[in-house]
Design a protein around this ligand. Structure first.
Ligand code: SF4
Length: 149
């Protein structure tokens, strides 16, 4: 089981993620749209869950890629594999990757996975669990890491 590094900040013990800039070549990088609707929030939570439990995977900053931040574009280009999670049929995260020349290995769209797009930030944890496990199975991502959520 992968060890989770910790840092004590303000008296709290925080779990550290691997550096996406330095370690992208060894990581499955997840870019979620984090849209302000049910489906965007499910996608973001799925990305968090895969980051917390998946071995060798972590989410990175989709907005920074969209803004053209060179380090973030490059970590996408250098990633072992890129997994994109869109909220709805607009597929904003996928479009960002295409515009910045980042190759997408796996693309998911939450609204096509039995989740309705509703103008709310609320979501069903069961949807998150179901979709995270489906993505892990299809990509071969191992979810054995101790949860850090
Ligand atoms: S893909 Fe849909 S949910 Fe995600 S940011 Fe775009 S419009 Fe919003």
């Amino acid at each position: 089981m992968e060890e989770v590094k910790k840092e004590v900040t303000g008296g709290k013990s925080w779990n550290l993620l691997p550096s996406c800039g330095k370690e992208a070549g060894n990581l499955d990088i997840i870019f979620a749209c984090d849209g302000a609707a049910s489906v965007g929030q499910v996608g973001n939570q799925v990305a968090r869950d895969l980051t917390n439990r998946g071995i060798g995977a972590r989410m990175c900053c989709t907005t920074a890629v969209g803004a053209g931040s060179e380090p973030h574009v490059n970590l996408g280009k250098n990633a072992k594999r890129v997994i994109v999670i869109n909220g709805c049929a607009n597929k904003c995260a996928s479009k960002i990757m295409e515009q910045r020349g980042v190759k997408v290995d796996y693309e998911y769209t939450i609204s096509e996975m039995e989740v309705k797009k509703v103008p709310t930030l609320d979501f069903d944890e069961e949807d998150v669990k179901r979709i995270a496990e489906k993505i892990a199975e299809e990509t071969g991502l191992n979810l054995n890491k101790k949860s850090v959520s």
